[in-house]
Design a protein. Structure first.
Ligand SMILES: CC(C)(COP(=O)(O)OP(=O)(O)OC[C@H]1O[C@@H](n2cnc3c(N)ncnc32)[C@H](O)[C@@H]1OP(=O)(O)O)[C@@H](O)C(=O)NCCC(=O)NCCS
Length: 454
């Protein structure tokens, strides 16, 4: 199969020549179609001069062999205990999986190079049978394969100093490989979309972005039932991600194990799963620069389409002229995510009510929506207004999404009509049938804003 090298234009320039380890486990090990989709994307990366390294886990077959994790866990560490008597069977399985992946690589035009378990230096974990921990990586053979343009295939497991095979976690191996080879990115492919955390209502939501400190906080995060949010399945991935970013890997991506997600994650700055980076790369500034006006207008234009209108078509966002937006620049908040402006809102003091401020113009770029950016922008806006001496903030909306958000941030719908004059003036731009949906929310800035746990 020929590889379309024209795709390299899509990938970030700084990835050329850099090592990109991809840890594959779960469904692709059982499902050839999913594996082939992933490897086709790997072939695109490779054609765009990235140096891919595949690290694979044991998947369902190891579970079938050893039993479910919960039945074979060490009571204190919760790590799997590997009975030494099972080692020959696991090693056989590991070799079979590795060979199968190598065959699949060839089918998409990749040149695989099978790595021996000896590339992973392991130490036995006392009390865990033949389970080991990853101590280091012997990089020579991996580097050599990479130099020849081959894709090293590293199996799970490693050898201790006596040459004994130990069952080590493939996420940890992948993190160690990424750190040793100064990878630009590490991909951990899973059966989930990424890291899921509960929102205020207890629903599990994808966490699209977390920095190193946030990652550590996540490991301690408890849900409403006082159970750790990060479960046994996700824990090794988060630990591996922490190890990798702490040792200099720029970003770890925890994503769904399929070729499209892998590709999209590399191409787009939004991604499909969870990105873990050492340093926070988003920033909310209060006060926008005139040079940011075109981006503010672009985002607002995206948010004034049919998706964001009341039932008769009036846009939730109030139209503003360029001159009006320019006047508001000092009082505009701008959200930069990965060096792009992705969200905006503004505030204006309410002259008729003392210490009161109104905020609005709330918009997040279409493809960044639903990833908690709006919530962060709104929280920052409320905090800023409180810090600036305002006691009350108000905001008018007909958008069900915004109403949900405002309620979760402590906003109370002004049913008593304290701000009735302001609400009826604002409702005039809506059609008669839509006006019943227009609500004014009041925020008491004395009280701390309800900040979600994650
Ligand atoms: C309103 C807007 C800024 C929200 O930004 P966002 O980044 O997508 O929102 P978030 O991901 O931070 O979600 C925050 C909260 O909004 C609510 N929300 C978001 N998407 C929702 C949906 N599809 N349905 C219902 N509520 C939703 C939820 O309460 C959510 O909190 P949760 O995820 O903890 O449940 C964005 O949707 C937007 O730009 N819309 C178009 C413009 C617009 O309508 N502006 C409002 C003018 S009044």
């Amino acid at each position: 199969m020929s590889i379309d090298t024209s795709t390299d234009n899509f990938f970030p320039q700084d990835t050329a020549g850099r090592v990109v380890p991809i840890k594959i486990s779960g469904k692709p090990l059982d499902d050839a179609q999913t594996m082939m989709g992933i490897l086709r994307t790997v072939a695109e990366f490779q054609a765009a001069a990235m140096r891919c390294v595949v690290v694979h886990g044991g998947g369902k077959q190891v579970t079938d062999l050893l039993g479910p994790l919960k039945d074979t866990q060490h009571s204190r560490t919760k790590l799997r205990i590997t009975p030494p008597s099972q080692v020959p069977a696991i090693v056989r399985l590991s070799t079979e999986l590795q060979q199968r992946i190598a065959d699949q690589c060839r089918q998409v035009g990749l040149e695989p190079q099978l790595m021996s378990a000896s590339v992973i230096e392991a130490t036995r974990l006392p009390g865990h049978g033949a389970t080991g921990d990853v101590d280091g990586v012997r990089t020579y053979a991996i580097q050599e394969a990479i130099t020849k343009g081959k894709v090293p295939i590293i199996p799970f497991g490693g050898l201790d100093h006596t040459g004994t095979w130990l069952n080590t976690n493939a996420d940890t191996s992948a993190a160690a490989v990424a750190a040793e080879l100064k990878a630009i990115k590490l991909f951990l492919l899973t059966n989930e979309r990424g890291i899921l955390v509960p929102n205020g209502n207890g629903q599990m939501k994808l966490l699209s972005y977390v920095d190193f400190k946030g990652l550590l906080a996540l490991l301690r995060l408890l849900d409403k039932n006082n159970k750790f949010v990060v479960d046994d399945g996700m824990l090794p991935k988060l630990e591996a991600a922490a190890l990798a970013v702490a040792q200099g890997v720029d970003a770890v991506h925890i994503i769904k194990a399929d070729g499209l997600s892998l590709r999209e994650e590399m191409v787009s700055d939004v991604g499909t799963g969870t990105i873990i980076e050492r340093m926070q790369r988003h920033r909310i500034a209060v006060g926008a620069h005139a040079s940011e006006l075109p981006d503010i207008k672009r985002i607002r234009a995206e948010c004034m389409t049919g998706d964001f209108t009341a039932k008769k078509g009036t846009t939730f966002l109030k139209p503003k002229t360029d001159a009006e937006l320019t006047t508001l620049l000092d009082r505009t908040l701008v959200f930069h995510h990965r060096d792009r402006l992705i969200g905006t809102m503004y505030f204006e003091p309410v002259d008729t009510h003392p210490a009161t401020v109104s905020f609005g113009g709330f918009a997040v770029s279409h493809r960044n929506q639903g990833a908690q950016h709006g919530r962060q922008l709104c929280e920052t806006c409320l905090e800023t207004l409180g810090d600036n001496g305002f006691l009350t903030a108000i905001s008018i909306t007909a958008s069900p999404v915004v109403k949900n958000l405002y309620k979760s941030l402590g906003g109370i719908s002004d049913t008593e009509g304290k701000f009735g004059d302001i609400l009826s003036a604002a409702a005039k731009r809506y059609q008669a049938e839509e006006r019943g949906d227009v609500e004014l929310f009041v925020f008491n800035l004395h009280q701390p804003v309800s900040v979600e746990d994650a």
